[in-house]
Design a protein around this ligand. Structure first.
Ligand code: BV8
Length: 233
């Protein structure tokens, strides 16, 4: 693997599962408790803002009570020691990559610990509730919403992601079902640009067919092994 220089890693809810954060589609997951249309779309938010704010308030509170696991720590080690390009594109809205020490992280679906003002479009670091409609620290309007990308909304920093995919020698997908686009299509883009592709997941994801290699197992086992081998050269 010595001809690997530029790496793009895509992570999903499965990398945070062993930290105690619910995934979306596993049994008992978030989407079993709520209809996606009701809590993860702009229409759902317009229809019942209190329900949506409470859904995200509960997740924002929960994420502050859990810790990164060995998979997050292994990616942080890779980030610290890898001399080539590395971009950790995460679909997750938790901050466990950062809390493990990773720096080169891109939250394409936003972050729980950030609030977005619908009036002035400012973003504010936020660890509290939004249910009680606090005023935007910037413009004073009571127009703060969770700073997450809902279905039908444009994911963040897509250009930066595609630039990294075009330069990638290796694309690794960790803990994602491959059910949601455009993230689920990155493996095909990476292949087209000539990257090798590896899937690390509890079970084969929906796009498993597109990967050169797919390993099944717990992220806390697969990711540290993969990072150790890569750094050993
Ligand atoms: C967009 C943030 C327009 C909020 C999320 C028809 C066809 C194709 C596409 C579409 C279509 N109709 C509509 C679309 C577009 C739509 C889409 O893809 N819909 C799907 C349902 C078909 N996408 C969008 O709307 C996106 N925006 O398209 O904009 C556009 C785009 C580009 C250019 C111009 C215009 C926006 C989507 C973002 C939605 N927001 N989250 C929040 O968090 O509340 S989605 C949410 O689900 C996640 O962010 C993530 O992206 C997605 C998938 O979740 P996963 O992370 O994969 O988690 P999941 O539970 O599914 O799977 C967990 C996996 O981990 C499993 O495989 C499991 O086996 C594994 N696992 C479990 N435990 C472990 C483990 N693995 C290892 N170890 C373990 N211990």
């Amino acid at each position: 693997m010595t001809d690997i220089r530029n790496i793009v890693v895509l992570t999903g809810a499965g990398i945070s599962a062993e930290s105690g954060i619910d995934t979306f589609r596993d049994a008992g997951g978030l989407w079993e408790q709520h209809r996606v249309e009701d809590v993860a779309t702009p229409e759902g938010f317009a229809r019942d803002p209190d329900l949506v704010q409470r859904f995200y308030d509960a997740r924002r509170e929960a994420v502050q009570k859990v810790k990164p696991n060995a998979a997050h720590e292994a990616l942080a080690r890779l980030d610290a020691e890898w001399e080539g390009d590395l971009l950790i594109v995460t679909q997750n809205v938790d901050d466990l990559h950062e809390r493990a020490g990773a720096k080169r992280v891109l939250h394409m679906h936003g972050e729980l610990l950030s609030a977005l003002c619908s009036a002035c479009e400012a973003r504010h670091s936020w660890s509290d509730t939004l249910f009680d409609q606090p005023a935007c620290p910037g413009c004073g309007e009571q127009a703060l919403r969770p700073d997450v990308v809902w279905f039908g909304e444009m994911p963040y920093e897509m250009e930066r992601i595609y630039t990294a995919l075009r330069r990638a020698d290796l694309f690794v997908s960790i803990g994602t079902s491959g059910a949601v686009y455009p993230a689920a299509g990155f493996v095909r883009d990476a292949r087209e640009y000539g990257a090798r592709t590896l899937e690390l997941n509890l079970e084969r994801g929906e796009g498993s067919y597109w990967f050169d290699e797919s390993r099944q197992g717990l992220a806390s086992h697969l990711v540290p092994d993969w990072v150790a081998n890569l750094l050993a050269g």
